[in-house]
Ligand binder design. Sequence first.
Ligand SMILES: N[C@@H](CCC(=O)N[C@@H](CS)C(=O)NCC(=O)O)C(=O)O
Length: 209
Amino acid sequence: MKLYYSPGACSQSPHIVARELGLPIELKKVNTKDKTVEGGGDFWKVNPRGYVPALELDNGQILTEGPAIVQYLADQKPDSGLAPKNGSVERYRLQEWLNFLTSEIHKQFSPLFKPNTPEDYKPIVKENLAGRFDWLDQQLAGKDHLMGKQFTVADAYLFTVLNWTIPMKIDLKQWPNVAAYVDRVRKRPKVKEAMQEEGLLPKEAQAAR
Ligand SMILES: N[C@@H](CCC(=O)N[C@@H](CS)C(=O)NCC(=O)O)C(=O)O
């Protein structure tokens, strides 16, 4: 399989998941501005909507939308625990989280990254995100991960989007459970590996953590 990604973007979530599962995946780096693929290729032809992540399956089909991709990957190794069994109530709980993360966190961040967003709208965006972080902080109280002890694909997604608070200068210390969660997930060997592979974590920094 090939994963089309951009460093630090939401595609980091399926990248982490693939590594956690030990699935061999070829990484294809995309320039999301000019829609080119490193080494040659037109990304518009891979995903006509022009955004990462996109997963090329072994049969050549292209699967898009992060929440669908991470579940597909986890289902390649159903005993991994990265996604509860299909059809179980827990699986719907996972999907509840994935939908919350995609619509209420990921897409709330998006205007902060867009060059055409008016400056005076940005504080409103941050205020809306703060409200979601309040909720997350309550949900993470006394828990290692979103669904409890077990790390799931939802954690790969949440960790990825919470990292965007760094460039956006949102201090997670206001939400102690969320801050502790990010620190916990960042220490996972496969998470470190994915960040290093995307060029986000130099070797020295990795050793220091
Ligand atoms: N609905 C998509 C959204 C993906 C998305 O927002 N991708 C961003 C990076 S985080 C992107 O590639 N943006 C470039 C663009 O839209 O031109 C999903 O959940 O996978």
